[in-house]
Write a protein that binds this ligand. Sequence first.
Ligand code: SF4
Length: 535
Amino acid sequence: MEGRPHEAVDKGPIASNSRPNYFRSALQNGEFVYTAEVVLGRDHNAGEAEKFVKEASGHPEGIKVISLTDLPGGNPALPPEAFASYVFEHNLTPIAHLSGKDGNRSFLEGRLHALARIGVENILALTGDAGNEGFAGKPKPVHDLDSVLILYLLRSLRGSVLGESEPKVACTPFDFFAGAVVNPYKVREPDLLMQLYKLQLKVAAGAQFIITQIGYNLRKLYELKQYMAREGMGHLPLLANVYVPTAKIARMMQSGKLAGCIVTEEFIRSLEGKKKPQRLERAALMVAAVEDLGFSGAHIGGFGLSHADFMTILERASAIGKDWRGRMDELIFTYPNEFYLLPLGQDGFSDATGDYQTTRTKPHPSFVQRMSESIYCHAIQDGSLGARFFGTRLKSQATTGSWRHRLWRTLLAPSTFYRKAALGCISCGDCMQDHLNYVGCTMRGCFKELRNGPCGGSRVDGTCEDRPEQPCIWNQIYLGALAVGDDPKKFAHILIPARDWSLDRTNALVNRFAGLDNAGKRIDFAKITKDDNSC
Ligand code: SF4
């Protein structure tokens, strides 16, 4: 364990409750950090988790950062805020996962206040898996805030003012250290590019460290690192997820039961018949590789692993050191015709100096797309005839309910029929179809009703995590943007605010002209406006 960071003590910023934050300070000091993912189950008696924490605390060179899951796999479970104090009591540092799938924005904010109150700075923001069976059946999905919007909420809580509208709400600032997840293992171009764009949006929204999804293709991790460096994110701490699966768990990942994990048949075969020491050795190899490649840390997990197993991984990784390069065949498992962002280099990795291999062919726009784009350009977007005519009339009378206001609303009523018939509109009243190039409504077409890019859960063939019979709509949106000559990279820098539920079941076009919807509240982190698009 010589040269490893475990002896380090906190030198980082002091949170408002004066608890040391080893995780943040070690990353700031450039140390390679190990985190252990401890899965909290459906029981308040977290005996296994307690045992792990006790053992880690008692080991002078043990794991110092405990990452606590938030209702993982879509199952009911003990939340991280119920266990973080136990981690603190054992002089370790918690990372609390916070997923938007089970609670709305108010509940999530309340949970963040609770986490701040017990001194938890490190928050990993997640959209969350689709729900599994809960008490008396499948639970109601919430997904009010996606991971990007949770990061933006965290950013607001770091300051002292909450909310965009007046009167603004003041609260005691808390120095959250916000993390995001990225899935760099996608095998198709739309899935992969949309993941990378969403990562950029997460960083713009406030992510301060990044942890990858589970995967077994080191070339993809290498590409992620190159992409982050090229796109101005190279300064952010990047931790590789090193999960130790059995063949059975890998098979579950492949089947989609563990969402978003890309696992090849060859990788599963490599695990068959392997005992624990061999599986720990493979994990150690990956830890050695990512440390040598300049990652900031390894986020280690695995069903039934003891703290002693973790120490075996760390010790073997230290012994392997730079020799991992002679064992690349154990680290890169690839699909036939898998899409890579960069061309193949000479060392088995991608060529870091190569151009992005994104598609140069333009798909055909659908009839609905062409017609809707044309209507938008000529009648809806700012400065168009329709916007000028209805805007002046509806903006001045948006809340009056006068007969004139009712007349203009009645004239615009047929637009709802068009949106429903052509675009699958559910009348959320806060439309973002122009941003999606009229490919379809994610309030209906995305199981998680996401507004800022895909979750990490799409399957190898590009279908939805929860609805394998249909494509992930965000892949279609990527292709749809290309089809109409737009740049899908806009999804890397334009943040769509959380849906305004006061507009539910109202006419989105009226709301747009009246200035009530999200159009004026979108945040373009690159300062690019819709006006730049050619219509
Ligand atoms: S449609 Fe795509 S982004 Fe939405 S839940 Fe399914 S896989 Fe996730």
